[in-house]
Write a protein that binds this ligand. Structure first.
Ligand code: ADP
Length: 688
């Protein structure tokens, strides 16, 4: 065994000391390194925590997976999306998580599938993923997948980032829907700036105005205004700038082809989020068809109004409560009210007047008091035709009417009635006249017929065989009455034919003097028989007429003048030319005649212009009483009932004269002073 030397001992101690110092240094360095590492770990842990906090705070989903698709890290949003907050997802694949979370199975598998695609693409891929949540909501995510690789090309991991774009998608959907509404609208929807510059123009606008978007974009909306309304669009824009919208404003716009088009505009301001007006939206609806319908309706309404206004019959519309809702001018005129007075008033009160008065009137006129039948129309919906009713006037008087009431039925309900009525005063008067005429005619015919019958009967019986003088007298009576009968029948037929215009008036140019001379020569023998002097002063002027009929008129007047003049007197037939526009004495218009002193005269009227001839037949006979001066021109009208017997008249002569003169656009009338004589005037228009 080798013994240690002191040198060796010292060396060993030195070496141990050096090793110890080295060890100490190493220990210090290691401690330092450990401390640095601890600080690094701490920093890393702090950073990692911050990062995780940050990632967790993000609304977007974030997930890291390793190269085999196993989940390494996921943020809160991601865990919430798949409801796996409580699941330890670390190291689990999508397929494994799909098994754990049944509801999101499909979503996990889809995720796995899109991961695969991203791996194979080897670059960032982006797509939308739709995920249905348990609460029924559907989420849409814009997902970005970034595959990571090692340098040698092996898969390292994948980063999944996703943003919730559900709201954005919904907004887009709404916007698209709105855009499609705008586009599919038949109305023109136009967007323009406050200065009126067009920036949007839908297909409805193209259809209505004929311009395409490219033709109008950037141009002023004033291009749609018609030249007659230059201030309209500036005014509208000014209103919109002031924040005032315009609703359903009807105007006329100009189309591309230059045609005018009726449009209804709804114009609204477009505002930004701060409520500032930044533009104008104009919706224009083509109302040409409506306008045309309105125009047609207006035309129809006008026509109906015209028909109602010009109808001769009174027309009233009455509501269910007997209130007048419409009345035409004829109804107002007949009843003496104004239309305004009648509308909204009670039909019974106004038309039937005061109930008491009506009763008194009806009793006094011996009319049967009948209940107003038109109420059955209102109550039962029956059309009533009444021919003998009385309606009241405003002044309390009544007039006879015939009326028809027709129910107004709307949707099966009686809502009122239309009453059309006619004033039958004139018709009743004509009917009365006819009755009187028939009784007079039958009486006039019966008298001579009875005489003839009596005379012939006596002759036939042979009783007068022994008395030839009496027999002859009977024959004379029969002949005279036959003559009268023939004359009467002829006159009646004549008058009737004249009135019904059955007599052909062969009109030609006639010389008035020739007509006068002809009439005088016809009457001369009769005048001579009664020793009446006929004094004629003809006038040489021409007129357009029927010579035979005019001569018939003059001979009839002369015949009367001779008939009613005492023997030895004179009858004058004179004529003169006269301007028409001077006051004429005229009794031919059924106006009331008057009396001036003891002179009976006719009322006056003014005739317009030109010349006429006035033919005058004047006598010095018995005259005509004032109250008969007009009536003698009526049928069977005689001053004295004995005139027909004594003078052989029929009472029809003057009626025939008036008819003839009227058919020549002339007038006939008489003036007379009782006991002094009569003057008959005939005026006829003459040829230029
Ligand atoms: P008549 O055939 O009876 O003469 P008219 O119609 O010619 O019928 O005359 C009607 C009535 O007028 C006559 O019956 C007579 O009473 C009256 N009359 C007509 N002309 C005259 C006259 N010139 N003078 C007086 N009375 C007259």
């Amino acid at each position: 065994m080798i013994k240690d030397t002191p040198k060796k001992k010292t060396d060993l101690i030195e070496s141990l000391k050096a090793s110890n110092a080295k060890l100490q240094t190493e220990i210090r360095e290691r401690k330092k390194a450990e401390k640095a590492l601890q600080e690094l770990v701490k920093t890393y842990q702090e950073t990692s925590l911050k990062l995780r906090t940050l990632i967790n705070a993000m609304p977007d989903i974030v997930c890291f997976k390793d190269g085999t698709g196993k989940w390494l890290e996921a943020n809160k949003s991601m865990l919430e999306l798949f409801d796996i907050e409580k699941v330890d997802y670390h190291g689990k694949s999508d397929a494994e998580l799909a098994e754990i979370s049944d509801f999101y199975q499909e979503a996990f598998l889809n995720c796995q599938h899109s991961d695969k695609q991203a791996w194979s693409k080897k670059s960032l891929s982006r797509g939308e993923e739709v995920i249905q949540k348990k609460d029924g909501t559907v989420k849409v995510y814009d997902v970005i997948k970034v595959p990571l690789f090692y340098e040698d090309g092996k898969r390292n991991g994948i980063v999944v980032l996703g943003r919730d774009i559900t709201e954005q998608k919904q907004t887009e959907k709404v916007m698209m829907r709105l855009a499609s509404i705008v586009e599919s609208s038949n109305d023109a929807i136009i967007g323009n700036t406050l200065a009126g510059i067009i920036h949007s123009w839908n297909s409805g606008a193209e259809e209505i105005y004929g311009y395409s978007l490219s033709e109008v974009k950037g141009r002023s909306i004033s291009m749609l205004a018609i030249p007659e309304r230059p201030n309209e669009i500036p005014q509208i824009l000014a209103n919109i700038t002031a924040g005032v919208g315009i609703d359903n404003y009807e105007t006329v716009h100009l189309r591309k082809d230059g045609k005018h088009i009726d449009v209804a505009l709804t114009i609204s301001p477009i505002k930004d989020t701060q409520d500032n007006v930044i533009g104008v939206s104009t919706i224009a609806r083509d109302i040409s068809d409506r306008k045309q319908v309105e125009q047609s309706l207006e035309q129809l309404r006008y026509q109906h109004q015209l028909i109602l206004d010009s109808a001769g019959e009174g027309i009233c519309v009455i509501d269910r409560l007997s209130k007048i809702s419409f009345v035409n001018p004829a109804a107002a005129k007949m009843t003496g009210y104004t239309i305004k007075e009648l509308v909204n008033h009670d039909w019974n009160c106004i038309i039937y007047g005061d109930e008491n008065k009506t009763k008194i009137y009806r009793t006094s006129t011996k009319k049967k008091s009948q209940a107003c039948q038109f109420t059955t129309t209102l109550e039962e919906g029956i059309v009533c035709q009444v021919t003998d009713e009385l309606f009241g006037r405003r002044d309390g008087s009544f007039f006879p009417v015939e009326y028809v009431s027709t129910p107004i039925v709307e949707q099966g309900k009686i809502t009122g009635a239309v009453v059309t009525f006619k004033d039958i005063t004139e018709r009743l008067a004509v009917e009365q006249m006819k009755d009187e005429f028939i009784s007079v005619v039958s009486h006039e015919l019966r008298t001579p017929l009875s005489s003839i019958h009596g005379a012939l009967g006596l002759l036939k019986s042979g009783l007068l065989n022994q008395a030839p003088a009496r027999g002859r007298r009977m024959l004379d009576i029969a002949v005279a009455n036959t003559t009268r009968l023939v004359r009467l029948v002829n006159d009646i037929l004549d008058l009737e034919r004249l009135h019904s215009h059955q007599v052909a008036m062969v009109k030609q140019t006639c010389n008035v003097s020739e007509l006068m001379m002809q009439a005088v020569s016809e009457m001369q023998p009769i005048a001579e028989k009664t020793r009446i002097t006929l004094s004629v002063k003809p006038i040489d002027t021409k007129l357009w007429g029927c010579a035979d009929r005019l001569i018939q008129t003059l001979t009839n007047l002369l015949s009367n003048a001779i008939k009613y003049s005492p023997t030895g007197k004179t009858v004058w037939l004179t004529a003169s030319k006269q301007r028409i526009n001077q006051h004429q004495v005229d009794n031919s218009n059924n106006l009331t005649s008057g009396v001036q002193g003891d002179r009976a005269v006719a009322p006056t009227c003014i005739i317009d212009s030109g010349y006429q001839v006035v033919i005058i037949v004047k006598d010095e006979g018995r005259g005509i009483p004032a109250d008969k001066i007009e009536s003698i021109f009526g049928r069977f009208q005689q001053v004295d009932a004995s005139d027909s017997r004594q003078k052989g008249g029929t009472g029809l002569g003057l009626a025939i004269c008036r008819s003839i003169v009227q058919q020549h656009e002339g007038k006939i009338w008489a003036e007379s002073t009782l006991g002094k004589g009569s003057t008959f005037f005939v005026t006829l228009p003459i040829l230029d």
